[in-house]
Design a protein around this ligand. Structure first.
Ligand SMILES: NC(=O)c1ccc[n+]([C@@H]2O[C@H](COP(=O)([O-])OP(=O)(O)OC[C@H]3O[C@@H](n4cnc5c(N)ncnc54)[C@H](OP(=O)(O)O)[C@@H]3O)[C@@H](O)[C@H]2O)c1
Length: 315
């Protein structure tokens, strides 16, 4: 598995990271905890060295699952979690007030069963809280040893600039995949210029880039992924099917899967450090980890980017 430095920090992370949103068991359909735990352990055993979670995933449940899976493997993995999205019932409320973060980090440490969090990320900006107040509290928590490095998520360049004027951050976490490439215009040039690491999320576009759906799926009750990833609808759906056909051709030649091609293309884009991929079962985690053990050639990358432009981006 390809390993990379995360920004200017001393953290080394795999080119494929494990995402745990689905493991919260309240957004991506039903997920069995034992399967989630086995998936985390399998990911680590197959070379994945970064696990991303958040209190927002299942209102703490995903963190508990990670905490159950970690004993015996803690030293092999960078543990990344977040603050700033507080769950009340089904609502996801933005809250970066100091008192809220103080509570959130204690809860995360307890659920994860760790002494310190390796990477603590602001999940989303909170327009109702001055960023200065948030940063002042985070610095106190960092000095107290609650977390090692600070990162952000879903921050546009203007906000990245603002926070970097107040403290050091090492990474950002934006959505990025073959189907959502808007950060190529602004965030990726910015991180390359300033040496920030990038953990991109939604690498498989919520699963559509596996190619496993022959028609637009009707997700089971409790599976809301199509409200977050808007690829499960026309007109984009038909273009995605044409792209998947081209991914399949490359996959067959290489003896891999279209999902593995999609993951490999993503972490090879300039500026991407680690591509987060969600998994619900150990088989998925193992297959996704295997996508980081080889590299698409420059010619293959160009062919794929041209296919994305033709069928999806419409360039
Ligand atoms: N910072 C943020 O705001 C933010 C937002 C979203 C996500 N994230 C992070 O990024 C991570 C990755 O994104 P994501 O989980 O939302 O979406 P994703 O990685 O694009 O898709 C994950 C889903 O695809 C399916 N899948 C994964 N591997 C597969 C395989 N090998 N074969 C077949 N199906 C497979 C699984 O669902 P099924 O089996 O049900 O199809 C899985 O839950 C999250 O888990 C989370 O840690 C962060």
């Amino acid at each position: 598995m390809e390993q990379r430095k995360l920004g200017t920090s001393d953290l080394t992370v795999s080119a494929v990271g494990l995402g745990t949103w689905a493991m919260g068991d309240d957004f991506f359909g039903r997920v069995d905890d034992n399967e989630s735990i086995a998936a985390i352990q399998s990911a680590i055993d197959h070379g994945i060295t970064l696990i991303d979670t958040a209190p927002a995933y299942g209102a703490g449940h995903a963190e508990e699952v990670v905490g159950t899976a970690l004993p015996g493997r803690r030293d092999k993995v960078v543990v990344a979690t977040k603050c700033g999205i507080v769950r009340t019932g089904g609502d996801f409320a933005r809250n970066l007030k100091p008192e809220s973060i103080r509570q959130e980090i204690e809860d995360s440490l307890r659920r994860l069963g760790v002494d310190t969090i390796d990477l603590y990320q602001i999940h989303w900006p909170d327009p109702d809280t001055p960023l200065e107040d948030t940063v002042a509290e985070l610095l106190k928590l960092q000095q107290a040893g609650k977390f090692r490095y600070l990162g952000v998520s879903n921050f546009p360049p203007k906000l990245l600039d603002q926070i970097r004027g107040m403290t050091e951050i090492i990474s950002t976490q934006p959505q990025y995949s073959m189907l959502e490439r808007s950060i190529e215009e602004d965030v990726l040039p910015y991180v390359r210029e300033h040496g920030l690491g990038v953990l991109n999320y939604g690498t498989l576009a919520g699963g559509v880039l596996t190619g496993k759906y022959t028609e637009i799926p009707e997700f089971e009750e409790g599976d809301y992924r199509a409200t977050f990833y808007d690829f499960f609808q026309e007109p984009v759906w038909s273009g995605i099917q044409k792209l998947l056909y081209e991914l399949q051709m490359i996959a067959v030649k290489r003896g891999v899967t279209p999902a593995q091609v999609a993951i490999n293309w993503t972490f090879q884009q300039p500026g991407i450090t680690t591509s987060l991929v969600g998994a619900k079962r150990p088989g998925q985690a193992e297959a996704n980890a295997a996508a980081g053990t080889w590299l698409l050639t420059d010619a293959e990358l160009k062919t794929i980017t041209a296919a994305i432009d033709t069928h999806v981006t419409g360039k």
